[in-house]
Design a protein around this ligand. Structure first.
Ligand code: NAD
Ligand code: UGA
Length: 472
């Protein structure tokens, strides 16, 4: 590697900053990587001796952390020093949907990006390459440039050191649950920028382990926009297949068979065509909402309406599932016990942001059900944050309201339950011994499999009635 970059700082030690910097540190042992965050607790967890206790669960991550941490990978709250010593700074902060003000509910909230740019302007020294790694609305690089210029002017007026910047866009395409593999073997690396030298420096880093043919360079705006559009297209596939799952249920077709039948056409492709309870995760909804906002801003109302429908179908799918559960349980689930298997937004992650489990569980509780929630990696305290109410142990039974409790195992969740609902596709749910489970459930018992992962045989289901998504 013949890069001049010897020291990297990453602002944001989250689901992107943590794993992506761990992989850079692992592959480029001659570069020092400092990952900084304002969240002290998060940094402490990244530095935890107990590798089972890292702030995010991601297969393969802990062994990289073990190898690189305190060698050339450091997690710290010392933002000022880390910025000052960096030749290249990645901005990997959160960019959620705005909750209030102009564009609330659609536009991305860029206050953390804005704050990062101001910190960089203040503390950077000499020449620094600033890399947008967060997913950002098109033209954000312009805003960052302006912030850097204005802040720099202010500092020069105060006779502080001269400094210069280049800005690159380098969006991240990893998926949670497969992040390490995605980072180590990416389909492509996308770099947008104006200055060839700066682009070359970033190419040099990635080419330590990524074939150069996979490194695409574009102008800044194509790079920023491509990230939003990639997520919109992926989410669109899920809304498309989910909409057809409902039609399969009405007609006797089978969504898995339809998926395979259409996916074998290589123009369509087999991947990312699994029907489910609706897409979750921190990005699809926010990125499409942002796209809708941008299209409206440019007066492209037909385009914005088109993409908005992808979100509408997703909301509808989640509601549809709660309604089916209630209908099948004779129209009432008050005081019935329902075992929930899987609370994360997908398998192999402890992330619950926008998980369909949250809205589905809330609706079931609203109808009076007592839920017993089991997830292999999501903690009780996280479920407490998401459900916004106390678990069954802290709340009075006498109120007659639905409630939830935390289960340590599949069996505990299933015990005395009238129904089991599978909401994320964890591997262990594929191998459930339904014969044994049927003995501890209350009859008539139901299985609602929203992920098509159960190995239950509908014709030999030990008395359990089975509903599977997209199966007529
Ligand atoms: P996250 O919330 O897990 O992490 C962001 C971190 O940035 C937080 O820990 C926060 O405390 C920190 N932060 C915010 N402002 C800061 C500041 N001024 N100084 C220091 N630290 C600061 O978010 P994430 O999931 O890692 O996502 C980050 C960005 O990457 C988003 O734009 C997201 O859209 C994008 N992205 C996410 C994924 C994913 O799978 N999660 C994949 C690709 C892209
Ligand atoms: C997604 C994209 O896949 C990444 O490329 C992108 O970098 C990332 O968003 C981002 O920008 O944050 P992620 O949200 O981690 O990654 O996970 P996905 O595997 O895309 O799943 C998203 C949701 O769609 C999950 O709820 C998942 O269960 C659901 N899904 C996915 C389906 O219902 N069916 C499928 O076939 C695939």
């Amino acid at each position: 590697m013949n890069t001049k970059v010897k020291n990297i700082c990453c602002i944001g030690a989250g689901y992107v900053g943590g794993p992506s910097m761990a992989v850079i540190a692992d592959k480029c042992s001659n570069i020092v990587v400092n990952v900084v965050d304002i969240n002290i607790e998060r940094i402490e967890l990244w530095n935890s001796e107990d590798l089972e206790n890292l702030p995010i669960y991601e297969p393969g991550l802990s062994s990289i952390i073990e190898r690189c941490r305190n060698r050339n990978l450091f997690f710290t709250t010392n933002i000022e020093e880390s910025i000052a010593s960096a030749d290249m700074i990645f901005i990997s902060v959160n960019t959620p949907t705005k909750k209030k003000g102009l564009g609330a509910g659609k536009a991305s909230d860029l206050k953390w990006v804005d704050a990062s740019a101001r910190q960089i302007a203040r503390y950077a020294q000499g020449h620094t390459i600033v890399v947008e790694k967060s997913t950002l609305p098109i033209k954000t690089a312009q805003t960052i440039k302006e912030i850097l210029a204005v802040e720099k002017e202010d500092l020069i007026n105060k006779s502080m050191k001269n400094k210069t910047f280049d800005i690159l866009s380098n969006p991240e395409f990893l998926s949670e649950g497969t992040a390490i593999n995605d980072l180590e073997n990416p389909d492509r690396i996308l770099i947008g920028g104006e200055n060839k030298k700066a682009i070359e420096e970033l190419i040099n880093i990635y080419s330590s382990w990524v074939n150069k043919e996979k490194i695409l360079t574009t102008n800044l705006w194509s790079s920023e926009l491509s990230k939003l559009i990639a997520n919109a297209f992926l989410a669109q596939r899920i809304s498309s297949i989910n909409s057809i799952s409902a039609l399969c249920e009405k007609t006797g077709a089978n969504i898995q068979e339809v998926s395979i039948a259409i996916g074998t056409d290589k123009r369509i492709g087999r991947e990312f065509l699994n029907a489910g309870p609706g897409f979750g995760g921190s990005c699809f909804k926010k990125d499409i909402s942002n796209l809708v906002y941008i299209c409206d801003h440019y007066g492209l109302y037909e385009v914005s309406k088109y993409w908005e429908k992808v979100i509408d179908i997703n909301n509808w799918q989640q509601k549809r599932i709660s309604k089916i559960i209630i209908d099948r349980l004779f129209g009432t689930i008050a005081q019935k016990k329902i075992g929930i298997l899987g609370f994360s937004f997908k398998a192999n992650t402890n992330d619950t942001r926008e998980s369909p489990a949250i809205s589905i569980c809330k609706e079931l509780i609203e109808e009076g059900a007592n839920l017993s929630i089991y997830d292999p990696k999501v903690s009780k305290s996280q479920i407490e944050k998401d459900m916004g109410q106390l678990s069954v142990k802290e709340i009075s039974f006498l109120k007659g309201e639905g409630m939830w409790s935390f289960s340590q195992s599949i069996e505990e969740s299933a015990y005395c339950s009238d129904a089991i609902v599978i909401l994320s596709e964890w591997e262990e749910f594929r191998y459930i011994n339904w014969k044994e489970i049927s003995k501890i459930m209350r009859s008539p018992s139901w299985l609602f499999d929203t992920r098509l992962v159960s190995n239950i045989n509908r014709d030999l289901s030990f008395g359990i009635k089975v509903w599977e998504i997209g199966c007529g």
